[in-house]
Ligand binder design. Structure first.
Ligand SMILES: Nc1ncnc2c1ncn2[C@@H]1O[C@H](COP(=O)(O)OP(=O)(O)OP(=O)(O)O)[C@@H](O)[C@H]1O
Ligand SMILES: [Mg+2]
Length: 310
């Protein structure tokens, strides 16, 4: 059956998982639609890698379901492995192989079909991730960005329907991050991509939809541009002393305070239009504002629950 933009390809419903009685994921639900690059954002320990491992069929959830093109990943992981490419957070390479040898080895391991011959496929994949010139260099001489591009080359081998990349840009410089995201954007033209990150701003243009997880729970999900638009006229910024910052904290919702010029804080607040502290100016909301606002609300909810439980 032909697929169209908007068709749900990956459907994640109420996924939960406990490690030895400790809940790592609770009731996570979202979907990824045809041609979409979807982002999962969350801080360290939120549960992103755990979720990615479940979606790759490597970990079995305690509850919930995941389907790829209607096939149940949880019940039958082998049925989807050939249609799935995965770049885990800690992807291991053999450092003394060169890029082409490493990729060739990984393709054999995955059992990827290469009707055009494996050598040709390796060359095509390296070309796709801009590593042709580095094909003969040992992987141990690669920069972090080059390694990640080699990792994506193995993930897209065999033309999988779904490519999962777990924090692929951590530690990469801005230029290398942009290069990597360009590759992901291209991939989204003929498959779906699920990307986890804690670098929020990067995904603002790449991903039309996002989901934020914190403490194993989905705290918000939806359209990135709508989430930003909802904050229109509600974000203001000013540069203040530490004393002033403390005063502002008592009357406003401070979502970011970054030390600048040695002892001053560039401070961002969120609140009703026109309610900003004097000397603050209204600024266009960013996805980072969305993220920090949501995290702040979620922490406040936790604190309220803890108080009620006490
Ligand atoms: N095998 C395991 N056994 C027990 N606990 C685990 C295991 N794997 C993960 N956890 C716990 O589950 C939670 C989520 O971990 P996870 O690695 O999925 O987070 P993450 O969002 O990927 O973090 P990071 O941004 O640091 O990569 C953490 O509290 C972690 O300690
Ligand atoms: Mg992780």
């Amino acid at each position: 059956m032909p697929r169209h933009i908007g068709d749900v390809i990956l459907d994640v419903k109420n996924i939960s998982l406990s490690f030895g009685g400790v809940k790592a994921l609770t009731d996570i639900s979202f979907d990824v639609r045809e041609h979409e690059v979807r982002a999962i954002i969350g801080p360290n320990g939120a549960g992103k890698s755990t979720l990615m491992n479940i979606l790759s069929g490597l970990l079995e959830p305690t509850g919930g379901s995941v389907t790829l093109d209607g096939v149940d990943i949880v019940k039958d992981p082998r049925a989807v492995w050939s249609r799935l490419g995965y770049l885990p957070q800690d992807f291991g390479f053999y450092p003394s192989l060169n890029g082409a040898q490493m990729l060739d080895f990984l393709l054999r391991l995955k059992g990827v079909d290469a009707p055009q011959g494996r050598k040709k496929l390796v060359a095509e994949l390296l070309e796709r991730v801009n590593l042709t010139e580095a094909a003969k260099r040992k992987v141990k001489t690669y920069s972090g960005g080059m390694r990640q591009r080699l990792g994506i080359a193995q993930a897209i081998a065999g033309n999988p329907r779904l490519v999962i990349v777990d924090e692929p840009t951590a530690g990469l410089d801005p230029e290398e991050r942009q290069r990597f995201y360009r590759i992901l954007a291209e991939l989204g033209r003929d498959r779906i991509v699920l990307l986890s990150t804690h670098i929020v701003e990067d995904i603002a243009t790449l991903c039309p939809r996002f989901a934020v997880i914190r403490g194993g729970r989905c705290v918000t999900s939806g359209s990135t541009s709508e989430a930003r638009n909802r904050l229109e006229e509600r974000v203001a910024e000013g540069i203040v002393t530490p004393e002033k910052l403390e005063e502002i904290r008592r009357s406003h919702r401070v979502t970011q305070a970054v030390l600048v010029e040695g002892s001053m804080f560039r401070t961002r607040v969120q609140g009703a239009p026109g309610s900003q502290p004097t000397s603050f100016v209204q600024v266009p909301p960013t996805l980072e504002d969305v993220y920090f606002g949501v995290m702040d609300e979620s922490r406040a909810d936790d604190a309220a629950h803890a108080m009620n439980a006490a």
